[in-house]
Design a protein around this ligand. Structure first.
Ligand code: GLA
Length: 385
């Protein structure tokens, strides 16, 4: 069983002594604001119920050892040997975070080693940030255990640095912020330039709405091509238009952008600029009219990712179109793209209809069966035991 008590028990069985504590961090759904984070823009994610747990035990030497229920072998390294290319595979996440803490002021020369045991029920490769859940759980555990006193926005940067420099994926700050800053029944409105964050109630359940996740099982990996290519286009667009980041453009600037940029770069830029506006509109609409009114913004975000940013795949487009046709009030891909999951906001009494319609459409198109489940916006990273 994956939970804090189960993780405590597995640690004890594996290492032969009890851990000093158990910490956890959730996966995330990004409600809206895709590929805006590394353009200094706005995002609006929330934590999901599935989490990654880390049990931590003290050691008397300076070795960090990590074991997990999802890989057969433990990996260990001396704290003096930590470096970006010292580890690979799954251990690059926890050990990359350990290294990155040193880059954010932790005095790793004067701490003792630790034993870690990791469990998780966050789906991997589904666009739900299993990597950030792992990074944030480890970052919070080590920060508290070593008494580093880093605040959560800094721990988010630690996870991002590990992902960028150790795992090798050029991702932004969205996922780690979501997993560290979320609160139940709410989403995090984050300005990725200032890192100012505001937790805003979502009230899906109170308004009779259910958030449905459709995991297409088409696996993505952001350490490979497409993600980095999109990021490069955005940077090229900002440079050509003479702004520090695409965040500095308004929808009203798009005519000028079209005159200056080639068609493909223009469409990449248009996605980011309009997506920033949609995030702001979503937050305002939610506040003024409630979650039942945000559907068209979710739909517009999807169309922009499909047509301008070109990061969707046929399975994702089918999931979104079918969910909409079966009565969802809005639907879009969530996460970095090239596979992963779609989300649909659905009135409680239409969930079964939407679910069966999507399953039927996948079968009809000869696509592999999707995994469909519902999510409640949940608590962020925390100490559990
Ligand atoms: C991935 C990255 C995030 C963000 C999204 C797209 O999840 O990890 O930093 O760029 O893609 O919004």
């Amino acid at each position: 069983m994956t939970d804090a008590a189960g993780t405590h028990q597995r640690f004890t069985e594996y290492y032969g002594h009890a851990p000093v504590g158990v910490w956890s961090a959730p996966g995330r759904v990004n409600l809206i604001g895709e590929h805006t984070d590394y353009n200094d823009g706005f995002v609006f994610p929330f934590a999901i119920a599935e989490r990654t747990w880390v049990a931590l035990g003290d050691r008397h030497d300076r070795v960090v050892r990590v074991a997990t229920s999802f890989a057969p072998d433990a990996v260990e390294i001396h704290l003096d040997d930590l470096a970006p290319h010292a580890v690979d595979g799954w251990a690059a996440y926890p050990l990359g975070v350990t290294w990155a803490l040193g880059r954010f002021g932790a005095d790793l020369a004067h701490v003792r080693g630790v034993d870690l045991y990791i469990t998780s029920d966050v789906p991997v490769g589904a666009g739900l940030s299993s990597s950030a859940a792992l990074e944030s759980a480890v970052a919070l555990a080590l920060d508290e255990h070593w008494g580093l006193g880093l605040d959560r926005p800094t721990l988010a940067k630690v996870g991002q640095l590990a992902e960028n420099e150790v795992v090798g994926a050029p991702t932004g700050i969205l996922d780690q912020s979501a997993t560290l800053l979320s609160e139940p029944d709410a989403a995090v409105f984050l300005d990725c330039r200032s890192l100012d964050a505001e937790v805003i109630p979502l009230r899906f359940a109170a308004e009779g709405l259910t958030l449905v996740v459709i995991d297409t099982k088409v696996e993505h990996a952001h350490a490979t091509g497409g993600y980095a290519a999109r990021r490069a286009s955005c940077e090229a667009g900002a440079t050509a238009l003479g702004v520090p980041a695409l965040r500095d453009l308004r929808v009203e600037d798009l005519d000028r952008a079209q005159a200056v940029l080639d068609d493909e770069t223009f469409r990449r830029v248009r996605h980011v600029v309009t997506e920033d506006r949609r995030v702001l509109d979503t937050v305002r609409t939610l506040r003024e009219h409630g979650p039942g009114a945000i559907g068209s913004l979710l739909d517009a975000s999807h169309a922009s990712m499909r047509d301008d940013f070109e990061i969707t795949v046929p399975e994702i487009d089918l999931a979104v179109e079918t969910a909409r046709a079966a009565g969802a009030i809005g639907a879009r891909m969530t996460g970095g793209g090239f596979g992963g999951s779609a989300i649909a906001l659905v009135a409680d009494d239409r969930v079964d209809e939407v679910t069966s319609a999507v399953r039927a459409a996948f079968a009809e198109h000869g696509f592999g069966a999707p995994v469909i489940f519902t999510e409640q916006p949940s608590a962020g990273a925390r100490r559990d035991a």
